[in-house]
Design a protein around this ligand. Sequence first.
Ligand SMILES: NC(=O)c1ccc[n+]([C@@H]2O[C@H](COP(=O)([O-])OP(=O)(O)OC[C@H]3O[C@@H](n4cnc5c(N)ncnc54)[C@H](OP(=O)(O)O)[C@@H]3O)[C@@H](O)[C@H]2O)c1
Length: 306
Amino acid sequence: MDIGVIGLGNMGAPIAANLIAAGFEVTVFNRNPEKAEPLIAQGATLAHDAAGAAQGDIVITMLADDHALESVLFGEKSNSKDDEQDGMLIHQGERTIHVSMSTVSVQLATRVAEASSSLNRGFISAPVMGRPDVAERGELIIMPAGKHKLIEKCMPVFEAIGKGVHTVGDAPEQANVFKLSANFMISSMIETFAEAFALLRKNEVDHHLFYEIMAKEFFKSPIYEKYGKIIADGKFDTGAFTIKAQEKDTRLALSAAIESQVPMPFCTALETAFLSAIGRGKGELDPCALAELAAENAGLSGRKRK
Ligand SMILES: NC(=O)c1ccc[n+]([C@@H]2O[C@H](COP(=O)([O-])OP(=O)(O)OC[C@H]3O[C@@H](n4cnc5c(N)ncnc54)[C@H](OP(=O)(O)O)[C@@H]3O)[C@@H](O)[C@H]2O)c1
C-alpha cells in the first residue's frame, strides 16, 4: 500500500517512521521540509506539496490545529467554500482515503466530511491517544469514525502504528467529540493532582507518597502513573505536548459543549486555568505545569517545595 503522511511534527514523524518500518511505501510532506530528511533517509519519498502526498491508497494528516488543517486542505486563504480550490482536498486522488488524525474541532471535521463527500473523496476522522513516545513504540490508541468500508481499508495502517483501534461512529466528526472528551478527562486529572498536591505541600505532607498510593494503587492506571509522576517531580520540560496545545483542546471541547448545549462547568474552569498559565508565560511547558499555577496560587513555589 502507498501511504502519504502530511505533518511531520512530534506525532507525524514517528507515525511515518513506523509505516516505513512496516514495509509500506511512504510519501511525506511537511511545511518545513527539513523535518522530512530523517524519514527520507529511512526510505520515504518527499512530495513537493501536500497534494503530492495524497495520491496513494491512504493519506494521513497529522497537523497542529484547525488553522493548519484548513490551510493544507483548503488553501491558505480559505475562509469559505468558495475558496476550496487550491488545497490538498481538490487534488486528492480519486481512490485515496484521507485519514485525519489531528486533534481538531468538531466543526472542522464536519466541514471536511461535507467537502470530501461533495468531491466524492474518501474521508475518515481518526484521532489518537498517546504521546510521542507512545507513537514511537507504535502503541497509539486510534479512534476512527466514518464509513465502515473505509475504516476497514485503513486497518493495516492502524495496526502498524497502534495497539488498539476502536471505531466510535459512522460520522467522522463523532471521533472528534470522542477525542475531545478524552482530553478533557486528562486535563481534569492534571488539575486534580495539581490542587491536591498544593494542599498537601502547604500542610507539609509528602506529596510523593500521595502520588505512589493514588496513582499506583487507588486510581491505578498507566495514565495516572505517567502524568502524576511528571507533576510530583515538577519536571515540566517534556517537549511532548504543551499547555498551549492542551488549552486548544479544552477550548474545542467547550465549543462542542456550547454547540450541543451541554453545560461543562469543570471544562470552563480548566479553560480559565490554562489561559492563566499561558498568561504567566508557561504556554510552552508540559500541560502538567498547571500544577505550577495551583502551587503559585497557594503561595508555594511551583517547582520546589522550599
Ligand atoms: N503531542 C502529543 O502528545 C499529541 C498526542 C495526541 C494528539 N496530538 C495532536 O496531534 C496533532 C499534532 O501534534 P504534534 O505534537 O505532532 O504537533 P507539532 O509537533 O507541533 O507538529 C505540528 C505539525 O503541524 C504543522 N503545521 C503547523 N501549522 C501549520 C500550517 N499553518 N500549515 C501547514 N502545516 C502546519 C507543522 O509543520 P512545521 O514543522 O512546518 O511547523 C508540524 O508538521 C495536534 O493536533 C495535537 O493536538 C498530539
